[in-house]
Design a protein around this ligand. Structure first.
Ligand SMILES: Nc1ncnc2c1ncn2[C@@H]1O[C@H](COP(=O)(O)OP(=O)(O)OP(=O)(O)O)[C@@H](O)[C@H]1O
Ligand SMILES: [Mg+2]
Length: 274
């Protein structure tokens, strides 16, 4: 079940990986004589097409930095990222990032937000795609609503619908449910898994929430505190929907906690946090 990081280098396969992160290191540059900030060290991950991978790690360890490098918003100090065998040199509409804060437009209706990237389609095609994804995320009836008229969870649904409507090959998600309450997060996770199963997209999902990662992922990449290295890559083979009380679920959580030097018995680890 566990793949040790040392053996986590890409293996020979027939086609290119959906996303390949090869020997990525990141140091943020020095400011006025202070030392460079080492954030990522020797990160190697290979994500297959259609796979759902979660990255977990303590706050401030470099999860967003890694996602920004993979999405092409930041250049790594060393190493490379490839998507479908092509090196990543910048953002690309074939890959969409959903952030925690949300980036949908408050001055547009739900429909206009979801259809935002579809200007090249005919009106009929656009309407059909927009309705399809509004229905999929459970916002039927709110097509003409403005964002201020929606709850936080509903706004995140608009984000997801808009991203899917643009038909990306890969979805990158950075703590997209972080601002939502406990119950809404549960519902959003279940809905995201259902949508992912229907759409068969490749998803890379960043979270500091270990339970969230186990509920969602095919594989969980566990990062250490900064400078981050990969502590563990764990395949989660539990059947979906996942039973959060099952022995296997709790064992999986224990393995991740152990990799982070934590246990729920003795509380907070010495190296957690910023
Ligand atoms: N543009 C930047 N310039 C300098 N340092 C940065 C920059 N962006 C991030 N950092 C530093 O890199 C480290 C990792 O930040 P990052 O935002 O990637 O962490 P994170 O794991 O996403 O944290 P969180 O769980 O709080 O979202 C932090 O120490 C942060 O101060
Ligand atoms: Mg972050």
């Amino acid at each position: 079940m566990i793949e040790p990081p040392a053996q986590n280098l890409p293996t020979e396969r027939t086609g290119p990986a959906a996303v390949l992160v090869r020997d990525v290191w990141m140091d943020f540059p020095v400011k006025q004589g202070s030392q460079a900030v080492p954030v990522l060290e020797r990160i190697n991950v290979e994500i297959q097409r259609g796979e759902f991978v979660c990255v977990v790690g303590p706050s401030g360890c470099g999860k967003t930095t890694l996602l920004n490098i993979i999405a092409g918003f930041l250049n790594a100090s060393r190493g490379e990222v490839q998507v479908e065998g092509e090196p990543v040199h910048g953002p690309d509409p074939r890959r969409i990032v959903i952030f925690q804060e949300g980036s949908v437009f408050p001055w547009l209706t739900v429909s206009a937000n979801v259809g935002f990237a579809l200007s090249r389609k005919t009106a009929a095609e656009r309407n059909q795609i927009v309705q399809h994804y509004i229905d999929m995320v459970g916002l039927t009836g709110f097509e003409s609503a403005y964002l201020r008229q929606l709850s936080g969870g509903m706004r995140q649904r608009v984000e997801i619908a808009r991203a899917l409507a643009a038909n990306p090959e890969v979805l990158y998600m950075d703590e997209p449910f972080g601002a939502l309450d406990y119950f809404t997060r549960f519902k959003m996770r279940a809905d995201l898994v259902r949508i992912w199963q229907q759409e068969k997209k490749t998803i890379l999902f960043v979270t500091h929430d270990i339970d969230e990662a186990i509920q969602l992922a095919d594989r969980v990449v566990v990062l250490s505190s900064r400078p981050s290295t990969i502590r563990l890559i764990l395949s989660v083979s539990l059947p979906r929907p996942r039973d959060l009380n099952s022995r296997d679920y709790l064992d999986t959580r224990d393995r991740i906690l152990h990799a982070l030097g934590m246990s729920l018995q003795n509380g907070i680890p010495p190296d957690a946090g910023d």
